[in-house]
Design a protein around this ligand. Sequence first.
Ligand SMILES: Nc1ncnc2c1ncn2[C@@H]1O[C@H](COP(=O)(O)OP(=O)(O)OP(=O)(O)O)[C@@H](O)[C@H]1O
Ligand SMILES: [Mg+2]
Length: 98
Amino acid sequence: MVTPLIKAQNLTKVFSDSNETQFKALDGVSFEVHEKEIVGLCGSSGSGKTTLLGIIGCLETANSGSLELFGRNVDKLNDFELSEIRLSTSGLFFRSIT
Ligand SMILES: Nc1ncnc2c1ncn2[C@@H]1O[C@H](COP(=O)(O)OP(=O)(O)OP(=O)(O)O)[C@@H](O)[C@H]1O
Ligand SMILES: [Mg+2]
């Protein structure tokens, strides 16, 4: 079986505001991306696209679920190890409209 470049299983991400009110930005997201695939991520504003890309790009971590990049599980990596993954495997370009 071919190892996926990205394998996300049941990822969840919860944000809390200053009143401790919790908001579930990702609610059990699972998918795979394989070599040579070109993938677009679509959804309405606030649906969690940037949150998901931040987790895949190792800029932040999920609250639960599992993420494998290039066959390596990254769930328990520390900040230094995550920065090594960012350096060697992924690139994110952000655009903002001000
Ligand atoms: N750091 C944060 N703290 C609190 N809530 C957040 C944070 N980041 C995102 N959220 C909330 O999580 C939800 C998903 O946000 P996200 O930015 O991932 O959506 P998006 O799909 O990228 O939206 P857009 O199309 O507007 O860029 C939104 O309700 C947002 O307010
Ligand atoms: Mg966004």
